[in-house]
Ligand binder design. Structure first.
Ligand SMILES: *[C@@H]1O[C@H](CO)[C@@H](O)[C@H](O)[C@H]1NC(C)=O
Ligand SMILES: *[C@@H]1O[C@H](CO)[C@@H](O)[C@H](O)[C@H]1NC(C)=O
Ligand SMILES: *[C@@H]1O[C@H](CO)[C@@H](O)[C@H](O)[C@H]1NC(C)=O
Ligand SMILES: *[C@@H]1O[C@H](CO)[C@@H](O)[C@H](O)[C@H]1NC(C)=O
Ligand SMILES: *[C@@H]1O[C@H](CO)[C@@H](O)[C@H](O)[C@H]1NC(C)=O
Ligand SMILES: *[C@@H]1O[C@H](CO)[C@@H](O)[C@H](O)[C@H]1NC(C)=O
Ligand SMILES: *[C@@H]1O[C@H](CO)[C@@H](O)[C@H](O)[C@H]1NC(C)=O
Ligand SMILES: *[C@@H]1O[C@H](CO)[C@@H](O)[C@H](O)[C@H]1NC(C)=O
Length: 387
């Protein structure tokens, strides 16, 4: 407590000392966000959202204890450094008061009903590292200067499931500390900016489910070698399986579903030795499923449904070292037998292969697989009972 008080006094001193040497606007910002005033800012935020019951504990009587208020976190100097307001069902505009919390590092508003255009007031939060505005009612275009305006220290930017339109601003590539970028499920148009390939610190990139013009994944994405998750489902991608993807050694989840990709799976897919989830469904992939897919030691979920794969399901998929949870190959042109041993890993819960030309009988290990809860094999040429 004493330490906190001391730190506050020290901060006031700092503001005073800095006063003569900083620009007018900066000084305003600093005085406005004196610790005592931050309670007032939080009350403004609460009021902008119509004083929702969930924020009852944010009240003037308790303003001395604002660092103990729910959803609020302070730094050691007693300044608000985080607002953790995910999934609290608040609605209304984006309150400008948020951006006046000048030490804010973490702002999580995931899954609320906040409406309006992208709040450029956030450009004032120079310490912002984490920003999640996903699952709200934001509309309009992202400002072209978003990557210049937001704090350079930003590591996380999630804007998914809103109603953003227009193109993805190239300036996002200036946020070179970004490790997590989520833009999926909006109404973005135009092409995926090649500049995003400059974000080499990216670990997770979500672009799926947007209204992009038909095009290929930018070749510059080959530089994103730290990616663990690449989500580009329903992005209107055309062309072949981008072969540079098999040179991303950290990749754990690759989702290319529902595009118009053609050609075959590159045999080099086995290089992705951390790949757990491979989703290629609803494309126009063809050719045979490479047996090397069974050399992916971490593979748990494989979805190749609704393509034009032919040949057999590689028997290697049933080998003991694999620990598959879901395998889906519905609506292809696969022939031959269902591999033995799919269930041996002990975690297979779904195997679906409807509408192919598979023949032979259903392996006993699969029919009696204890972990299995979904088995769909209709519309094949299998003999014996289809469970
Ligand atoms: C004000 O908030 C405190 C906790 O921060 C709570 O104990 C108190 O009941 C609240 N008062 C009102 C009037 O809601
Ligand atoms: C969310 O808040 C609205 C009022 O703003 C209320 O009508 C609704 O029931 C709340 N939903 C949940 C799941 O709490
Ligand atoms: C988002 O919040 C609403 C209520 O506010 C809730 O019904 C819904 O389940 C939440 N969404 C998710 C994905 O949790
Ligand atoms: C990639 O990740 C590693 C380990 O997490 C890290 O040391 C390295 O700096 C990252 N590369 C870039 C370009 O961020
Ligand atoms: C697949 O993409 C098309 C647009 O190319 C879209 O209309 C459709 O809803 C998507 N399907 C799914 C399941 O998302
Ligand atoms: C796949 O190719 C066929 C014939 O070339 C075409 O009619 C169909 O629209 C394509 N489907 C997709 C999802 O691109
Ligand atoms: C699979 O289809 C390709 C054409 O896409 C064809 O060249 C190849 O012979 C077919 N393989 C089998 C086993 O039917
Ligand atoms: C299954 O079909 C293949 C041709 O696709 C054929 O060579 C094989 O004999 C068939 N096996 C059975 C058990 O009918």
């Amino acid at each position: 407590m004493l330490r906190r008080k001391y730190a506050r006094a020290y901060l006031h001193l700092l503001v005073l000392v800095l006063l003569p040497c900083c620009g007018f606007q900066r000084c305003c910002e600093a005085t406005q966000s004196k610790p005592v005033d931050e309670a007032r800012l939080l009350l403004q935020i609460k009021s902008a959202w119509g004083d929702p019951p969930v924020l009852l504990a944010w009240n003037a009587t308790a303003s001395a204890a604002l660092c103990g208020w729910p959803y609020v976190r302070c730094n050691r100097a007693g300044r608000v450094s985080g607002l953790y307001l995910a999934d609290v069902n608040v609605s209304g505009p984006f309150p400008d008061a948020i951006a006046t919390l000048s030490r804010l590092r973490h702002l999580d508003l995931w899954n609320n009903s906040i409406a309006g255009v992208f709040p450029t007031s956030l450009y004032r939060c120079r310490s912002l590292k984490y920003l999640d505005l996903s699952w709200n009612h934001f509309i309009g275009e992202l400002p072209a200067d978003i990557g210049l305006g937001l704090s350079e220290s930003l590591t996380t930017l999630y804007l998914t499931r809103n109603f953003f339109v227009g193109t993805i601003p190239h300036s996002l590539s200036r946020l070179h500390n970004l490790r997590f970028l989520g833009l999926h499920s909006n109404f973005f148009v135009g092409t995926i900016p090649a500049e995003l390939g400059e974000l080499t610190s990216l670990q997770e990139l979500y672009l799926g489910d947007n209204s992009f013009a038909a095009g290929e994944l930018p070749a510059s994405f080959s530089k994103l070698t730290n990616l663990t998750i690449l989500d580009v489902w329903s992005c209107n991608l055309v062309g072949d399986f981008p072969t540079f993807l098999v040179q991303m050694p950290e990749l754990e989840i690759l989702d290319l579903a529902n595009n118009s990709l053609t050609g075959s799976i590159p045999p080099g897919i086995w290089r992705l030795n951390k790949l757990q989830v491979l989703i290629l469904s609803e494309n126009n992939f063809s050719g045979e499923i490479p047996a090397s897919i069974a050399r992916l030691p971490s593979l748990t979920d494989l979805d190749l449904g609704n393509n034009r794969f032919n040949g057999t399901l590689p028997p290697e998929l049933g080998k003991h070292s694999l620990d598959l949870a879901t395998v889906s190959v519905d609506n292809n042109d696969l022939t031959g037998a269902i591999p033995e041993g799919l269930c041996t890993g002990g975690h297979l819960w779904s195997f679906t292969a409807s509408s192919n030309r598979l023949n032979g009988s259903i392996p006993a290990g699969l029919a009696n697989c204890p972990s299995l809860s979904e088995l769909r094999l209709d519309n094949n040429q299998l003999s014996g009972q289809v469970p």
